[in-house]
Ligand binder design. Structure first.
Ligand code: NAD
Length: 488
C-alpha cells in the first residue's frame, strides 16, 4: 500500500550482537529527492557505554583466536557482502546521492575487498629478532592487539571507508565500536545483519549511530577506548585531538585535501583529459583525493581548457539510479549551498566560470527537482590566494590555472595547508621523479589517478592527516609492539 511504501526505514544500534532501539532519532534525507526516508539513532553516552562494554567483554576470546581463524571469518564476511552487492549498492546510492554505477563498481566491491585484503595480509606479518652474542642475549618483538578501537568515518564513501577501518582492526584481534556518519548510516546497519552468519562473535563489531557531537565525542572521550581511527575533516580532527589528549590516545587521522594536478606540455592529453575529469568530478567531487587545482603549462593551456570544458559539459547530472548518469546528488542542502557560495566568491573576485554552476542550466527529472544537484563546474583565472584555490570545496568544482616552469609549479602546488594527493602528467620520467620527490603530498600519481595498491601507505601530510593506513601501517596502528630480551 501507499502507506507502507512511504514507511520510514528505522535503524537500530548494533551492540553485543543484538539490534537495540534508541530513545531518540535523527532524520536522514534522500539527497536525490530531498525527502526524509530514514531514522537514525541519536545515540549518546549511554549507548556508547553499552557498546564499549560489549567490545571489552568480547576482547579476551577474539584476541586469543589465531590469525587464520580470524582470516576465515573476514573472508566469509567478504563473501556475504559480495552476495548482496546489488542491495548494498542500491542502498548506498539512495542514502548518499552517489550514482548507482559508482556504488556498484567502486564502493561495495571495495568494501568486500577490504575484508578480503586484510584477511590475507594478517597471515603474512613477521616480527623482528636480533642477537647480542657478547651479552648472551637475544631480543625479539611481539605485536598484540590493543583492545577496543574507536572508529569514526565520513559520509562520502560510507561502507568503503568504514570497512577500511573495521577490517584491519578486527584482523589484528581488536574489538571495535564504530560510528558512521549520521548522514549515511544505512549500509553499516545492513552489514550488521551479516556478522553473525559470517561467524563474527557477538561484541567484536559494535555500531553506534548518531551525530559527531554526541555519539562521536562520547567514543573519543571514553577512557576504555585507547585508539581512535578517524577519517573526516581537518576541523573535526582538531577537536578529536583536543578531546582525546587527556587520555593520551593513539590517533590515526585521515583528513581533507586540496589536491593539485600538474600537467606539463609533453603530457598525453588523450589520457590526461578523461582521467582529470574523473579526478575532478567522480562521486560529485566528494572524494578526499579529488583534484581541485589543475596547473597547466602555458603552451598547452588554451587547448587543454577548451577540450576539458567540452568534455565536462558531456557529464550527465541527474537521477543517481539512472545508469547513464555520471553526477549524482550532493550529500545535503547545506553542502550544496556551501559549494555554490565558493563559486559565487570566485566570480566576485574576477575568476571566469566556464561551465556548470550559474552558467549552464540543469534539467532534472520531476522526481528530483528538490534534490541537491550541481553541474560539474570549471573555473579559470583564479588567483592562488583565492579561497577556491586554498580551501577544500569537496564538490564538483575544479580550478584551472596556467604555469611556466617546473620550479614555479612545485612551489605553487605546495602553497596550501593540505598535502594529501597530487597528480603529475608528463612523458619525461626524469621530470616526473624530480617533481614527485618535492611535492608535499602523501600520494603522488603520475599519468593516472586513484590506482591503489592496498599494501602501500595511504595518508596525508600537513593538515591532511597524521599516520598512514595500509597492510603494514594499519597492522602497526592496530597493535602494540613490545620488545622482549632473553638471556641464555
Ligand atoms: P566530518 O569531520 O564532519 O565528519 C566525519 C565523522 O566525524 C562523522 O562520522 C561525524 O559524525 C564525526 N564527528 C563530527 N564531529 C565530531 C566530534 N566532535 N567528535 C567525534 N566525531 C565527530 O567530515 P565529513 O563531512 O563527514 O567528511 C568529509 C571530510 O572527510 C572531507 O574533509 C574529506 O576530505 C575527508 N575525507 C578524508 C579522507 C582521507 O582518507 N583522507 C577520506 C574521505 C573523506
Amino acid at each position: 500500500t501507499m502507506a507502507q511504501s512511504k514507511a520510514l526505514l528505522v535503524l537500530e544500534n548494533f551492540i553485543g550482537g543484538k539490534f537495540v532501539p534508541c530513545s531518540s532519532y535523527i532524520d536522514s534525507y534522500n539527497p536525490s529527492t530531498g525527502d526524509v526516508y530514514c531514522k537514525v539513532p541519536d545515540s549518546g553516552k549511554e549507548e556508547v557505554e553499552a557498546a564499549v562494554q560489549a567490545a571489552k567483554d568480547a576482547f579476551p576470546i577474539w584476541s586469543s583466536k589465531s590469525p587464520l581463524e580470524r582470516s576465515q571469518i573476514l573472508n566469509k564476511l567478504a563473501d556475504l557482502i559480495e552476495h548482496d552487492l546489488e542491495a548494498f549498492a542500491q542502498a548506498e546510492s539512495k542514502d548518499q546521492g552517489k550514482t548507482i554505477t559508482f556504488a556498484r563498481t567502486v564502493d561495495i566491491p571495495r568494501a568486500a575487498y577490504n575484508f578480503r585484503f586484510f584477511a590475507s595480509s594478517i597471515l603474512h606479518h613477521v616480527t623482528e629478532c636480533t642477537e647480542m652474542a657478547t651479552m648472551g642475549c637475544m631480543h625479539y618483538t611481539l605485536r598484540t592487539p590493543v583492545g577496543v578501537a574507536g572508529l569514526i568515518s565520513p559520509w562520502n564513501l560510507p561502507l568503503y571507508l568504514l570497512t577500511w577501518k573495521i577490517a584491519p582492526a578486527i584482523a589484528c584481534g581488536n574489538t571495535v565500536v564504530a560510528k558512521p556518519s549520521e548522514m549515511t548510516s544505512v549500509t553499516a546497519w545492513m552489514m550488521c545483519k551479516l556478522l553473525e552468519k559470517a561467524g563474527v562473535p557477538h561484541g567484536v563489531v559494535n555500531i553506534v549511530f548518531g551525530t559527531g557531537a554526541k555519539a562521536g565525542e562520547a567514543l573519543v572521550c571514553h577512557p576504555d577506548v585507547p585508539l581512535i581511527s578517524f577519517t573526516g575533516s581537518t576541523l573535526t580532527a582538531q577537536r578529536i585531538t583536543e578531546k582525546s589528549a587527556p587520555h593520551c590516545k593513539r590517533l590515526s587521522l585521515e583528513l581533507g585535501g586540496k589536491n593539485p594536478a600538474i600537467i606539463f606540455d609533453d603530457a598525453d592529453l588523450s589520457q590526461c583529459i578523461p582521467t582529470t575529469l574523473r579526478s575532478s568530478f567522480a562521486n560529485q567531487g566528494e572524494i578526499c583525493l579529488c583534484t581541485s587545482r589543475i596547473f597547466v603549462q602555458r603552451g598547452i593551456y588554451n587547448e587543454f581548457l577548451k577540450r576539458f570544458v567540452e568534455e565536462a559539459k558531456k557529464w550527465k547530472t541527474g537521477n543517481p539510479s539512472d545508469p547513464t548518469v555520471n553526477v549524482g546528488a550532493l550529500i545535503s542542502k547545506e553542502h550544496l549551498e556551501k559549494i555554490r557560495n565558493y563559486v559565487k566568491k570566485a566570480q566576485a573576485e574576477g575568476a571566469r566560470v566556464l561551465c556548470g554552476e550559474g552558467v549552464d542550466s540543469l534539467a532534472l527529472p520531476p522526481g528530483n527537482q528538490k534534490g541537491y544537484f550541481m553541474l560539474p563546474t570549471v573555473i579559470a583565472e583564479v588567483k592562488d590566494e583565492s579561497c577556491c584555490m586554498q580551501e577544500e570545496i569537496f564538490g564538483p568544482v575544479t580550478c584551472v590555472v596556467a604555469f611556466d616552469t617546473e620550479e614555479e609549479v612545485i612551489k605553487r602546488a605546495n602553497g596550501v595547508k593540505y598535502g594529501l594527493a597530487a597528480t603529475i602528467w608528463s612523458s619525461n620520467m626524469g621530470r616526473v621523479h624530480r617533481v614527485a620527490r618535492r611535492l608535499q603530498s602523501g600520494l603522488v600519481w603520475t599519468n593516472c589517478w586513484l590506482v591503489r595498491d592496498l599494501n602501500l601507505p595511504f595518508g596525508g601530510m600537513k593538515a591532511s592527516g597524521i599516520g598512514r593506513e595500509g597492510a603494514k601501517d594499519s597492522y602497526e596502528f592496530f597493535t602494540e609492539v613490545k620488545t622482549i630480551t632473553i638471556k641464555h
